[in-house]
Design a protein around this ligand. Structure first.
Ligand SMILES: Nc1ncnc2c1ncn2[C@@H]1O[C@H](COP(=O)(O)OP(=O)(O)OP(=O)(O)O)[C@@H](O)[C@H]1O
Ligand SMILES: [Mg+2]
Length: 264
């Protein structure tokens, strides 16, 4: 019994994404500056920090939307370096889904066709695509909207389509860059519940960038605080928020508290 538990525990603690002295330079800007840390399989991992801190750049390095300037990233079994060719990263990308603040849906395609798109790219046959798309739309609560165009959907519904599309190829990792920033509080809560459901049911590891403290508190197991391209603090969410160590984290939390309290 205890060995089974130990096994389960070590499986849960498997490193899925490892940053090793990672950097990204744009001209004379060190957007990401020598970052090393790991994200474990099954975690919901938050990344916070002020505008320009390097959050989006760091996350875009995971699926190689940006090319590394230095260091290495291990994603599952794949090692990404500054020398990795983007043609070698096709397999990596099918293992990573991404959702965005602006949803990034194809306006000229129906909900069904939006969700079907990554399956077509992956070479899945038509009958299987149909089954999978309907299953996903059911999962995100949009079974009725398959033939509707995105312009007819609310923001929350659009993000549900974005989530269904990101999950189409059953990725191990879901990257969410300010995925709820364009939504009202109630819809934000609905989307957070959906992300939690994705994490629990599919064991998807989720990396969440947000400016909203309640988003981190509600769903993130751990959080990293970025400033000037560096991770200045990292730990379990409750510990970081209850007992912030770094000046940047203290200021950030106090600013967010003021904003969310609604009192100046
Ligand atoms: N394609 C690019 N070309 C040049 N500079 C860039 C590029 N992308 C990002 N940067 C710069 O890198 C730094 C980090 O940007 P990044 O978008 O990662 O920040 P962020 O933490 O996501 O900010 P925000 O919260 O505003 O989204 C900034 O100084 C930004 O201007
Ligand atoms: Mg950003």
């Amino acid at each position: 019994m205890s060995s089974q538990l130990d096994n389960a525990r070590s499986e849960n603690h498997e490193v899925l994404i490892r940053f090793d002295d990672v950097s990204k330079v744009f001209g004379d800007v060190n957007a990401v500056d020598g970052i090393s840390f790991s994200i474990l399989q099954g975690e919901i991992f938050g990344i916070i920090g002020r505008s320009g801190a390097g959050k989006s750049t760091l996350v875009r390095l995971i699926n190689a939307l940006e090319k590394l300037s230095g260091g290495e990233i291990y994603v599952d079994d794949v090692k990404i370096t500054s020398k990795t060719r983007s043609s070698d990263l096709k397999q990596l990308r099918t293992n990573i889904g991404m959702i965005f603040q602006s949803f990034n849906l194809f306006g000229s395609r129906t909900v069904f066709k939006n969700v079907e798109y990554p399956l077509k790219l992956a070479g899945v046959d038509k009958a299987q695509r149909r089954t999978r798309v309907l299953e996903l739309l059911d999962f995100v609560g949009l079974a009725e909207k398959a033939d509707v165009y995105p312009s007819k959907l609310s923001g929350g519904q659009k993000q549900r389509v974005g989530i269904a599309r990101a999950l189409a190829t059953n990725p191990k990792i879901l990257l969410a860059d300010e995925a709820t920033s364009a939504l009202d509080p109630e819809t934000t809560l609905d989307i957070l519940k959906l992300l939690k459901k994705v994490n629990v049911e599919f064991k998807t590891t989720i990396v969440v960038i947000t400016h909203t403290m309640s988003v981190v508190k509600l769903i993130c197991d751990k959080v990293a605080v970025m400033n000037d391209g560096k991770v200045v603090e990292i730990g379990e969410t409750s510990k970081v928020f209850e007992n912030p160590q770094h000046e940047v984290t203290k200021n950030f939390i106090s600013t967010l508290r003021t904003l969310e309290s609604g009192k100046l």
